[in-house]
Design a protein. Structure first.
Length: 154
C-alpha cells in the first residue's frame, strides 16, 4: 500500500482559504473544496479529520473529498485550486446557431409550399432538413426559434 500524502498548509495558504470561505460570493462547490482542504490540513500539529467525517460535515461524498485532495496536490498554488476550470469549448457544439435561426425565420416568413395554406412547425422543421440548413430539427426547436423572434405561424 502506498504512503499517504499529508496536506500541510502554510500560514499564507490557511489565511487564503479562510478569507475565501468567509468573504464574497463564491461557487458552493469551490467553498466545499476549500473546507475539505482545511479539514485535511496537518500543519502546526493539527490532526486531519477522517475523510468520512469531512464528507458528512461538508455534505459531499467521500469520493469528492479524495478528488479535492488529489486536485489540491496537483496544482502549483492555492489560487488555481480555488478557480473553476475553464472549458476550452462547450462539451457539445450547439446545433442551432444564429445562422440556422436566421434561415429558419426567413423560411417561416416565405410563402408556404403548394398545397398548404400556412407553415406548420413540423413542416418548417422538415423543410429546413430538406434544404440542408441543419442535419435534424424538431418542431419544438422551430417553435422556440419563432418564439424567440416573436413570430407566429398564423
Amino acid at each position: 500500500m502506498g504512503k499517504r500524502v499529508k496536506i500541510e498548509l502554510t500560514q499564507e495558504q490557511r489565511k487564503e482559504f479562510g478569507e475565501f470561505m468567509k468573504g464574497g460570493e463564491h461557487n458552493v462547490h469551490l467553498v466545499q473544496r476549500a473546507q475539505i482542504i482545511m479539514a485535511l490540513d496537518t500543519s502546526e500539529g493539527r490532526v486531519a479529520s477522517k475523510q468520512e467525517d469531512i464528507a458528512r460535515i461538508v455534505g459531499v461524498s467521500r469520493q469528492t473529498v479524495n478528488d479535492a485532495k488529489r486536485d489540491f496536490l496537483a496544482v502549483p498554488d492555492t489560487a488555481s485550486f480555488l478557480r473553476r476550470k475553464a472549458l476550452e469549448k462547450p462539451p457539445i457544439e450547439p446545433k442551432i446557431t444564429g445562422e440556422v435561426e436566421a434561415k429558419v425565420v426567413a423560411l417561416a416568413c416565405s410563402e408556404p409550399p403548394k398545397g398548404h395554406a400556412h407553415w406548420a412547425l413540423r413542416l418548417l422543421a422538415d423543410r429546413a432538413v430538406e434544404l440542408e440548413i441543419v442535419d435534424g430539427l424538431s418542431h419544438m426547436s422551430v417553435s422556440r426559434i419563432l418564439k424567440k423572434h416573436n413570430l407566429n405561424l398564423t
